[in-house]
Structure formats: C-alpha cells, structure tokens
Design a protein around this ligand. Structure first.
Ligand SMILES: Nc1nc2c(ncn2[C@@H]2O[C@H](COP(=O)(O)OP(=O)(O)OP(=O)(O)O)[C@@H](O)[C@H]2O)c(=O)[nH]1
Length: 203
C-alpha cells in the first residue's frame, strides 16, 4: 500500500464541555460501538477513519479533546491545524449549552480562521430529559454561521451523517480553494476572502 492511499486528509477536532459525549461520538463513528462506562478523556485522543465519498478516499484524523477545564492549555494547541471543529453540547444539559459562547471565544483565539465549525446537540435518545429546545440551538448556530446537527452516540442517530457531511463540506472547500488559487492568484499582500459554510449533504 502506498504511503498516501487517499485523495484528501482532513483533521477534525471535537470540543465542548466534559460529559457531553465527544468520546462516544468518535467511538461510534470509528468503531461502531457505544462504550460502556466511558471514563473522562485525559488530554487528547486520536483516531483515524478513511471513508469514500463520491469515489474519492478521504482520510479523517479525528482528535477527541478533554472537556475538563484543567486540560484546556493542552487541548488549545490542537485547534490551530484543525480543518473542522465539532463543537458539542448535551441537549439534556442547559449548562453545556450556556458554555458555548465561551467555546466560541476559544475557537476565535486559537483556531485557523478558515476552520469549518459544526454545532452538535448530542444525546437525543434522552428526549424526555431535553433542556435545550431545538429551535434555540438552531437559531444560535445560525447566528454564529455554524452548521447544526442533533445526534445520539448511543442510538447511532446522525453520527455517520455528522462526519460524512463534514468531509463533504471540506472537500467542497478544498476544491474551491484550488480553483481560486489557479484562477485568481491574489496580488502580493492582498488578502483572499474565503467563503464557506454553505450546507452540504451526502445522503
Ligand atoms: N443517553 C446517552 N448517553 C450518552 C450519549 N453519548 C454519551 N453518553 C454518556 O455520557 C457520558 C459522557 O460521555 P463521553 O463520551 O465520555 O463524554 P466526553 O464529552 O468525551 O467527556 P470528556 O472526555 O470528559 O470531555 C457517558 O456516561 C456516556 O455513556 C448519548 O448519545 N446518549
């Protein structure tokens, strides 16, 4: 097998409060399981999954960060090279939603300004315990130019869609940037406006 057995390589980083289900989302997607008694992530974890989208091989490097405050200085260093961020909260935990502006400030401070960010409301299998209504989250996501999706790592709801939609959006952007680079090379010192976040769905 060649060293570069893929057409695209993207780095995706999951962030959000402790206990919202970041590790479970990653495990569900990469290993197809819902781990019992998942312990808190220490620092940062790393997994790889290669998917095929419209005949192209896309290698996803998925970094699962610890939500706990005490790991913040470690996890921040992983933002900069991320192509996409999955900002996760728990729909049954108002507090995890209320912390989102704080996470957005982190993103603004540490991430690349072209990063694609998707807001994810996890644990929709616990509908009877919901504390954050969908419309409120959708409105918030829209006001911050983020995509929005609700998932259940436990029931495997929308988990595949989350990562595939992101991959699709990243491919779209990569192709767009390549076109822009070929067709309209910016003058030296001239900034290049990059537009993204038009929603993309693979299914
Ligand atoms: N019902 C339900 N529980 C979930 C779901 N996803 C995660 N959980 C539970 O929520 C708890 C925390 O899940 P984790 O995946 O460890 O959360 P995390 O965001 O990675 O937490 P940190 O590593 O501390 O940042 C665990 O007890 C999981 O079993 C879900 O979709 N539904």
């Amino acid at each position: 097998m060649s060293m570069e057995d893929y057409d695209y390589l993207f780095k995706i980083v999951l962030i959000g409060n402790a206990g919202v289900g970041k590790t479970c989302l990653v495990r569900r997607f990469t290993q197809g399981l819902f781990p019992p008694g998942q312990g808190a992530t220490i620092g940062v974890d790393f997994m790889i999954k290669t998917v095929e989208i419209k005949g192209e091989k896309v290698k996803l490097q998925i970094w699962d960060t610890a939500g706990q405050e005490r790991f913040r200085s470690i996890t921040q260093s992983y933002y900069r090279s991320a192509n996409a961020l999955i900002l996760t909260y728990d729909i049954t935990c108002e507090d995890s939603f209320r912390c989102l502006p704080e996470w957005l400030r982190e993103i603004e401070q540490y991430a690349n300004n072209q990063v694609v960010t998707i807001l994810v409301g996890n644990k929709i299998d616990l509908a009877e315990k919901r504390e954050v209504v969908r419309q409120r989250a959708e409105d918030f996501a829209q006001s911050q130019s983020m995509l929005y999706l609700e998932t259940s790592a436990k029931e495997s709801d929308n988990v595949e869609k989350l990562f595939l939609d992101l991959a699709c959006e990243l491919i779209r952007e990569a192709k767009q940037n390549k076109l822009d680079n070929n067709d309209t090379a910016p003058m030296p010192g001239e900034g290049k406006a990059i537009s993204y976040l038009s929603c993309c769905s693979v299914v």
